[in-house]
Design a protein around this ligand. Structure first.
Ligand code: ATP
Ligand code: MG
Length: 159
């Protein structure tokens, strides 16, 4: 079904606002245009929620999270950038694996199961999309997601 992606992002950020406020993290959404796309709304919401939740969770007191939505005729693009602790280069290839957590005392004490990004990646792959991470430890992290405007389930296509 056709889903309003701007609204999906707005609702997700609104839902996570309380945990951001607890850490005094500013969450901003920038939508460059109205986007509707044929997606699995539940799975895509789960993917975006996990990215934004991480961006708040691995942030510093007083930091920021910047989410943005863009689109062209073939794809829509979601970017979630944060001013948080960052991810060491050697871990960046592994963070999408189930149960993988960066072995730093700082992220250890935050707590989690290491499933969020595996879930996010699965949802994006199911939509034949792609997800990438860019990060500098101590500066912050940016995740970018690219999803086709028309949903052809990767599973169905593989049959
Ligand atoms: P869960 O999401 O299951 O509660 P989790 O947050 O530890 O637990 P993932 O969301 O899969 O698991 O993330 C894997 C690891 O990647 C995290 O433990 C953390 O070390 C690192 N990570 C993920 N997102 C960020 C981010 N925005 N900034 C810094 N580190 C991150
Ligand atoms: Mg997580």
């Amino acid at each position: 079904t056709q889903v309003n992606i701007n609204q999906l992002l707005e609702l997700t950020l609104k839902r996570l606002k309380p945990i951001a406020e607890k850490k005094n993290v500013e969450v901003v959404l920038e939508s460059f245009r109205p986007v509707t796309a044929e997606i699995d709304e539940v799975k895509m919401t789960l993917a975006v929620s996990n990215l934004v939740e991480n961006a708040i969770k691995y942030n510093n007191e007083g930091g920021w999270v910047h989410a943005s939505l863009n689109a062209d005729h073939k794809f829509f693009y979601i970017k979630v950038a944060d001013s948080g602790i960052g991810i060491p280069k050697e871990d960046q290839d592994h963070i999408f694996e189930r149960f993988y957590r960066v072995d730093k005392s700082h992220s250890r004490e935050i707590g989690g199961t290491g499933l969020g990004l595996a879930i996010a990646r699965n949802a994006v792959i199911l939509h034949r999309g792609s997800i990438k991470v860019y990060s500098n430890p101590g500066e912050g992290t940016t995740f970018t997601v690219r999803v086709p405007m028309i949903y052809v389930s990767a599973q169905a296509a593989a049959v």
